[in-house]
Design a protein around this ligand. Structure first.
Ligand code: FES
Length: 318
């Protein structure tokens, strides 16, 4: 996982449950001073109590300069980081934190469509708070959760000021109750779409927005490439057309990691297939595209080397 240097030691000044298995944390400097600024959609990296590093989106208004707020879902089926943070971190603890970074920038647009699944609401809440504070752009939010008990920030988003702008849908854990998103995605209009949530939701939204300009569809995901491994992954070779070098990409390593290990610098940021910064031209070979950044029509001659794999040996324009 690409990480940022942990340059600040911040204090947990508030910790509270905001829904079933979702904890809200407020982080401040011990002296109460200003923090490095962030923009809507930004995130920070934390060293959690077990020593691991995890990225979390900031959910407060970027105009608040003296605190960072995150909300963390305690995921019993995840890699253990969220459980460790929610269970072991306490109010008053100091925690190492990076400066904010943003791979999910809110670009200027006349309209926004936000689709949040579960805890994916956090970066979108920051965007909504920013838009409300600055009066820039109209938005609609579709917020998909299992039930009222599992919905963070429900009271805030049910306020009358959001009437007509926010749709909250609970599926009660039954796929048959899932909201049909096609009616809102069928006609792209002028909106920019921001989607954050479970990978399945984002993949479904990606599939339904093949006719949108890819520049107007944005995803955020902190799932590392290693967690996208499939049982039928195979090793393959990657040939670099310009240098003539060929490298083996074994199972369990990404193309990006292999290129890096061999001294090739490829731009990257999210390393989870959402930001688009590692886009590389494909000259030959068959690819299993695992990103959410490329539209279907772009996949014939491009791939995201942070997550996608060769189904055969492939040749890149590097
Ligand atoms: S680094 Fe973000 S898509 Fe590859």
């Amino acid at each position: 996982m690409s990480t940022e240097a942990l340059t600040q030691m911040l204090r947990i000044t508030q910790k509270q449950n905001v829904a079933d298995d979702i904890a809200f944390f407020e982080l401040r400097r011990a002296d109460g001073g200003d923090l490095p600024p962030f923009s809507a959609g930004g995130h920070i990296t934390l060293r959690i109590p077990n020593g691991d590093l995890r990225k979390y989106s900031l959910c407060n208004d970027p105009d608040e300069r003296d605190r960072y707020c995150i909300a963390v879902k305690r995921d019993a089926f995840g890699r253990g980081g969220s459980m460790n943070l929610v269970d072991a971190a306490r109010e008053g603890d100091d925690i190492a934190v990076s400066e904010p970074r943003n791979d999910f920038e809110l670009v200027a647009a006349p309209q926004y469509l936000f689709i949040a699944g579960g805890i994916g609401i956090t970066p979108i809440l920051s965007m909504i708070r920013h838009l409300r504070a600055t009066g820039q752009g109209k938005f609609k939010l579709i917020y998909l959760t299992r039930s009222g008990q599992t919905t963070a920030f429900l009271d805030e988003l049910k306020q009358p000021e959001f009437r007509g702008m926010v749709t909250i849908h609970h599926d009660e854990g039954n796929i048959e109750n899932a909201l049909d998103l096609w009616p809102v995605l069928e006609k792209p209009g002028m909106a920019h779409l921001y989607c954050c949530g479970p990978r399945g939701l984002m993949q479904a939204v990606r599939d339904m927005t093949g006719h949108w300009s890819s520049a107007r569809v944005h995803f955020e995901d902190f799932t590392p490439a290693g967690a996208m491994t499939k049982p039928d992954d195979v090793a393959f070779n990657v040939q670099l057309a310009r240098s003539g070098a060929t490298y083996a990409v074994p199972v369990g390593k990404t193309i990006l990691e292999v290129l890096r290990a061999n001294g090739h610098e490829v731009p990257s940021s999210c390393e989870s297939g959402t930001c688009g910064s590692c886009r590389t031209k494909l000259l030959a070979g068959e690819v299993d595209h695992r990103d959410l950044a490329l539209a279907d029509y772009e996949k014939a001659d491009s791939l995201m080397v942070c997550v996608s794999r060769g189904l055969s040996d492939i040749t890149l324009d590097l």
